[in-house]
Design a protein around this ligand. Sequence first.
Ligand code: PRP
Ligand code: URA
Length: 206
Amino acid sequence: MLHVIDHPVIKHKLTIMRKTITGTKDFRQNLDEIGSLMTYEITKNFPTRDVKITTPMGETIGKELDKDVVLVPILRAGLGMVSGIQQLIPTAKVGHVGLYRDEETLEPHFYYAKFPPNIANSTVLVVDPMLATGGSATAAIDYVKKTGATDIKLVCLVGVQEGIDAVEKAHPDVDIYLAAKDEYLNEIGYIVPGLGDAGDRIFGTK
Ligand code: PRP
Ligand code: URA
């Protein structure tokens, strides 16, 4: 199922990120902040369990998140979303899937995967700012599923219908969260209006 998180502060920060004049430092900072705000929304129905605790005033029953959370950024640009999410879930472990998109064919090419040992029993958030053709997200989720993980969500900043359709077709069990659904993919596979090449803008490689 698709969830587009509708929040004025997210819209404001995303607008800053979209602007060409926004430099690497502000791009990363706003991505961090949106990552945190999205996480607040995404986690609102996460199950909790009771835990007996002692406060300075005596014993009571508190709540803990019932499942561990594993973040899986799709390298490189997904790395830019990790710290914002970890602000809210500092105990989250981090796996990685390395994929790059061939500029001509737009097909994803795999180069790396490493996952924490508890991933199969965790809630897994696969993160990447851009959901364009959906090829990278679909492939990353394929790799995550090979670990035995079944509770998987895809968290992106900006996506288009083509990418949403591709992920929903390949992985109908995976909820997709976006901060914005954009208009279309252009002839070279970039999201419009989008925000350009997310990896280059995060890491200053252009
Ligand atoms: C970008 C982006 C996604 C992918 C989206 O990564 O971060 O991973 O493209 O496109 P898709 O939905 O059509 O697969 P890119 O391959 O440019 O690598 P990078 O993050 O290393 O820059
Ligand atoms: N990857 C990006 O970084 N930007 C796009 O618009 C599409 C894919």
